[in-house]
Design a binder for this molecule. Structure first.
Ligand code: SF4
Length: 328
């Protein structure tokens, strides 16, 4: 029981749901902390993946619920299993034993009180890895404050600064204002620090700081330009930018079929070329740029213990199977 859940106003949805009373908020979750999958992930930015892989923990539910979410089965369809504080800590400790470089909490904005307690429990049980907060940025600084002293690396999305697009794809016209506040809070928390490359870890390893992710949407480069301009003015030098071009249509998901704000196709080569021009225009040099995706086969399927391709991830825990024995 966490008192913040009595009349939940943890996130900017401010829906006031009594989650402790068993009701589900707009995030789709009661006060129970549910986890969908945990494992080593090798597809994050190089200093996040390192050599051992990032220890990702995918939280069930989401307060933003993007229509184009690739993880819709867990963010919107509820695939997940409730865990106790101790159970959450056991998952983190298992990831550390398996060689993870860090603990990477994916989409936990609606469950901050429970996750903060779980992380404290894990620390008490011997967890030493740096903790990453991987979120949509649709968050309140007061709620993020509950993670103080626990999280040292922030991996926030900055999805758009266009209120009409936010309304159309997240039903959250206030996303730009809320996300900017959240990012300013995060930037003030942890100075950027990347351990230098070594022979075993040629990409170095991030131990503190912020990587701002932006997913480019088809036919919406004007929106991307707004994001790049704001980033260059407010955050350049304090963070790294990760420009992602992996947008993939999810027309098989119920909400994926509703998208009418942009065409449901992959990012094309002329758009990728224009992105390079924008990066130069705003003088953004520090960060990561994703190669163009050419097929849709990489989309995860969380009904399987291995939702990703086996080169991309190694499962450690699954919502239906629990801990997964490693096959040598
Ligand atoms: S976290 Fe969930 S229940 Fe709480 S305010 Fe946000 S949407 Fe509502």
């Amino acid at each position: 029981m966490y008192r913040e859940y009595d009349e939940c106003r943890i996130c900017p949805r401010d829906c006031g749901t009594n989650r402790n009373g068993g009701k589900k908020g707009l995030c789709g979750e009661t006060s129970a902390l549910r986890i969908s999958w945990a494992g080593l992930h090798f597809g994050e930015e190089p200093p996040v993946t390192g050599s051992g892989g990032s220890g990702t923990v995918f939280v069930t539910g989401c307060n933003l619920r993007c229509k184009f979410c690739q993880n819709w089965q867990i963010s919107q369809e509820g695939m997940g299993l409730a865990v106790t504080e101790a159970g959450f800590a056991d998952i983190c400790l298992a990831l550390e034993r398996e060689g993870a470089e860090n603990i990477n909490i994916v989409t936990g904005s609606h469950a901050i009180p429970a996750i903060a307690s779980g992380l404290r429990h894990a620390r008490g049980q011997g967890l030493t890895l740096p903790i990453l907060w991987n979120s949509s940025s649709y968050e309140k600084p007061e709620a993020l404050g509950l993670l103080e002293g626990l999280v040292s690396v922030w991996l926030p999305d900055l999805k758009t600064l266009n209120p009409e697009l936010s309304e159309g794809v997240f039903h959250a016209r206030d996303y730009p204002r809320s996300a900017k506040k959240a990012l300013r809070y995060m930037a003030g928390q942890s100075p950027l620090s990347i351990e230098p490359p070594t022979e075993t870890r040629p990409s170095g390893r991030i131990s503190s700081g912020m990587i701002v992710r932006h997913l480019v949407l088809p036919n919406r480069l004007a929106d991307t330009e707004l994001v790049l301009q704001w980033y260059a003015e407010r955050l350049a030098g304090k963070a790294l930018l990760s420009l992602m071009t992996q947008y993939t249509p999810v027309t098989h998901s119920p909400r994926g079929r509703e998208i009418d704000a942009f065409p449901n196709r992959l990012i094309d080569r002329p758009e990728a070329d224009r992105l390079q021009v924008l990066l130069e225009r705003y003088g953004i040099e520090d960060g990561f740029y994703q190669e163009l995706v050419e097929d849709t086969s990489w989309l995860p399927d969380f009904t399987k213990t291995q939702p990703f391709s086996s080169s991309l991830a190694r499962p450690v825990w699954h919502w239906q199977s629990g801990f997964i024995e490693r096959k040598e």
